[in-house]
Design a protein around this ligand. Structure first.
Ligand SMILES: Cc1cc2nc3c(=O)[nH]c(=O)nc-3n(C[C@H](O)[C@H](O)[C@H](O)COP(=O)(O)O)c2cc1C
Length: 162
């Protein structure tokens, strides 16, 4: 069986996700962030999450040095933040976008929730690596609506009629 990569990508894009910005400040690096929708929950006990990073990302070598990072779940008011940190060569965090969390990791202001994590293990996975991490701390959920991504476009949640 064979299928076109573009068709495969479009098919995968039918699965709606939230949008996160992964932020970190490993030793010797400026605080940086990359937009990612591959975030997923993994385990409650121990508390584990995962996300995947494309190997050709400009941030790949920096993430190789990163032991701690934060997952910031974006709200439907943070589309501009998502676009900003999805631009190539544009991953330095603006000073006014973040504060440091309990573990010293940069956390985005006004995120729906932020998880401070420590890398547990990395799995090689084709053109990506899967980063599995232990959650060390989290902010309070602020009750805003999540930013949703589906079919290559940002969406908002709406209740079903009826
Ligand atoms: C909604 C959205 C979700 C994304 N999710 C991921 C992801 O899960 N993993 C990833 O490596 N890149 C993801 N990207 C791409 C990166 O944010 C970024 O565009 C890309 O890494 C830019 O290239 P650079 O990393 O080489 O600077 C996503 C982009 C958008 C807009």
């Amino acid at each position: 069986m064979s299928f076109d990569q573009r068709v495969f990508r479009d098919a995968l894009g039918q699965f709606p996700t939230g949008v996160t910005v992964i932020t970190a400040n490993p030793d010797g690096c400026k605080p940086f962030g990359v937009t990612a929708n591959s975030f997923s929950s993994v385990s409650l006990d121990p508390p584990l999450i995962l996300w995947s990073l494309q190997k050709n990302s400009d941030t790949f070598s920096t993430f190789e040095k990163t032991t701690h990072f934060a997952v910031n779940v974006l709200t439907d008011k943070q589309e501009a933040i998502s676009n900003q940190y999805a631009k190539k060569n544009n991953h330095d965090l603006n000073d006014e976008h973040f504060q440091l969390g309990e573990t010293g990791t940069p956390l985005l202001y006004d995120a729906l929730v932020s998880f401070e994590c420590e890398v547990d293990m990395c799995h090689d996975a084709g053109d990506h690596i899967i980063i599995v991490a232990k959650v060390l701390a989290m902010t309070e959920v602020n009750g805003a609506k999540p930013l949703v991504f589906c079919s290559g476009k940002y969406r908002e949640l709406a209740p079903l009629e009826g």
